[in-house]
Design a protein around this ligand. Sequence first.
Ligand SMILES: [Zn+2]
Length: 192
Amino acid sequence: MSILNILQERSGSKCELCASEKDLSIYKLPPMPVGTVDDSILACATCIDQIENPDNVDVNHWRCLNDSMWSEVAAVQVVAWRMLTRLRAEGWPQDLLDMLYLDDENLKWAKATGEGLEEEQKVIHRDVNGVILQAGDSVVLIKDLKVKGSSLVAKQGTAVRRISLDPENEKFIEGKVGPTQIVIITDYVKKM
Ligand SMILES: [Zn+2]
């Protein structure tokens, strides 16, 4: 069965957010959708448009979350959390958010796009292609890098596994090249 079929069955062929039966398609949750059933939802064009384009948001449309946030599907809970967080200044979304319980893992997932953080607090690390990097990812160097304070040169093509992120600076990540822990600028890496 295809992912679409499974999602249609799961949702009863309705938008899993607002229950619309029109213009449904698969919405893969960012930041790094694998596109499995578990990180996808079936959603209508209106919902997807507003999720992806905060400027198009019609706050009242999202009163649908009053019902759909109680879904047992983690991906639906995560989208509900993100949208309620985005709209919380309206008041009622904050009330719903206060009732929405996500377990630790799903809360981490919900927060992974930086939703709810003030712009200036939002430190998102991206590789040379703009792909979001997360702690624990593996990257490959796209050029030779001199390692500060040593004679080591980390060669282009070197894999750096299990990186960590500088929480304050979106341009810096850390990882091990051989036995040496080095700081790397995100412009010089590509996610593996
Ligand atoms: Zn919808």
